[in-house]
Design a protein around this ligand. Structure first.
Ligand SMILES: Cc1cc2nc3c(=O)[nH]c(=O)nc-3n(C[C@H](O)[C@H](O)[C@H](O)COP(=O)(O)OP(=O)(O)OC[C@H]3O[C@@H](n4cnc5c(N)ncnc54)[C@H](O)[C@@H]3O)c2cc1C
Length: 433
């Protein structure tokens, strides 16, 4: 039985490798007055920063409010894996959004990665962007799933090449005896996520967006001109976008009932000798296995192994995080047995019951975006874009997402965890087959 503890949090960044290798530390002011703008965005992760940036690019006067630091939440702590697709199996919702809606979601799943590519180029963001990714198979049935997936990507018109690899072929990219083969594609990749997000914030600032940190939003007062109150100030705006995701807490009860904060954890080893790094991940790709409780890993730019996993539906982390994660890593790469672990951290993923991002409007002028269910680095960029489109009066793509059912976890906070834990146990049992 694992001992659990709360995540170690403060108003500054967590104990991550990303915080330690950030290009610069953001120090935006705290909001201490009453101001007005066109759109106020709450939450300074990928969703909030990119919504604000997309709006600023369209000429809106934008204010961004972040409770701690830019990218303090999941966006500054994740595995850094840029993965295509939006949510899980949008075909399930054909009766809600029609065939065209399903197609729109698939197209957005392709476009999402291009937004990151464009951002990095346009704003010259130094974030160690690398293309290349492998899904890896632990069981023969995973290989069958990958073959079906490869065919599916072709069928939906994905222009990128997906290559099925047998055990030996996979070793050009990922060299572990654990894997039976894989599915490689060059359109997914990896980044230092904190550096991407603070680079995007700087781009926003360059376009005149006003950013406030250490500015927790305590109340949203609806009306013709909604008011967003912080502990020391207030913003009056024509539109509000709520992008606090798993960290929004109880600010809006209707939203928190639809999302479960679940923790995931990452360790970073010390930099590996070049030959060892090349031996283990010769393709320098990002890697995921297909289980519900998956392992994900990649090399950092300075050749550390960044190894993640360990979904925990209580939102807590093991009290012996380093040793639990080391064990998982060594199961894949026994060669790392004696390597030291320099950083270990966890963050909250916002899980939605049907594993599709949740977008919508609380009223004509208050929108929200949340619940990427652990797959948000690229989708956040896409959902931010369509929310900006909606505010600019092009509502088609936003409305497709808003029509997806958003299921409330029955029974509130206390019941949400056991329910998901039961669901998770079911998927773990499937993983074991
Ligand atoms: C450990 C981990 C690994 C992951 N790995 C991957 C991966 O490899 N690939 C992938 O695609 N996805 C991954 N994810 C998921 C991905 O990181 C998230 O989906 C994405 O970052 C969500 O971005 P966000 O902006 O919506 O939320 P967040 O980044 O969590 O940002 C929300 C922000 O809102 C702020 N906030 C909340 N409430 C308020 C308030 N009242 N007032 C002001 N500010 C507020 C918070 O402080 C926070 O900074 C991972 C997540 C975790 C935790």
């Amino acid at each position: 039985m694992l001992g659990l503890r709360k995540l170690r949090e403060s108003n500054e960044h967590t104990t991550s490798y990303y915080a330690a290798s950030a290009n610069w530390q953001t120090h935006y002011p705290r909001l201490e007055e009453e101001i007005s703008c066109d759109v106020v965005v709450v939450g300074g992760g990928f969703t909030g920063v990119n919504t604000a940036l997309e709006l600023a690019e369209r000429g809106f006067d934008v204010v961004l409010l972040e409770a701690r630091r830019i990218s303090w939440g999941a966006s500054g702590r994740n595995g850094g894996q840029i993965i295509g697709g939006i949510g899980q199996d949008p075909e399930r919702f054909v009766k809600h959004i029609g065939e065209d809606g399903v197609k729109t979601i698939h197209q957005m799943g392709i476009e999402a990665r291009d937004i990151i590519r464009d951002r990095v180029q346009t704003y010259d963001i130094q974030c160690d962007l690398k293309w290349g990714y492998c899904d890896v198979a632990l069981k023969p049935r995973h290989m069958k799933d990958f073959a079906a997936w490869q065919a599916f990507e072709k069928q939906i018109g994905n222009p990128h090449t997906y290559s099925l690899l047998d055990k030996d072929e996979l070793k050009q990219f990922v060299n572990s005896e654990k894997y039976l083969g894989g599915l490689h594609n060059e359109s997914n990749g990896h980044i230092q996520p904190l550096n991407l997000c603070i680079g995007e914030a700087r781009a926003l600032e360059g376009l005149g967006g006003r950013i406030f940190e250490q500015s927790l939003v305590t109340e949203v007062i609806p009306g013709d001109q909604p008011r967003v109150k912080t502990e020391h100030g207030c913003v009056k705006a024509r539109q509000v976008v709520l992008a606090g995701n798993a960290y929004l807490g109880g600010l809006i009860a209707k939203l928190s009932k639809r999302v479960l904060p679940c923790s995931s954890s990452v360790i970073a080893t010390s930099p590996l000798p070049d030959e060892l790094a090349k031996k283990l991940v010769p393709g320098d790709v990002a890697v995921c296995d297909p289980r519900a409780a998956l392992d994900y890993f990649r090399l950092s730019a300075d050749k550390r192994m960044l190894f993640g996993g360990l979904a925990n539906y209580t939102g807590m982390e093991p009290s012996n995080l380093e040793s639990v994660m080391r064990k998982k890593m060594i199961a894949i790469f026994p060669e790392l047995n004696n390597v030291s672990i320099d950083y270990a951290w966890s963050g909250w993923i916002g899980i939605g019951l049907n594993r599709m991002p949740q977008l919508g409007r609380l009223s004509d002028n208050i929108a929200y975006i949340q619940a990427y269910s652990g797959h948000g680095v690229a989708p956040t960029h896409m959902m931010a874009r369509i929310t900006a489109e909606m505010i600019a009066k092009e509502t088609t793509r936003f409305d497709v997402m808003a029509k997806l059912p958003q299921v409330t976890f029955p029974g509130g906070q206390l019941f949400r965890m056991p329910m998901l834990a039961a669901g998770m146990a079911y998927y773990k049992a499937l993983d074991a087959l």
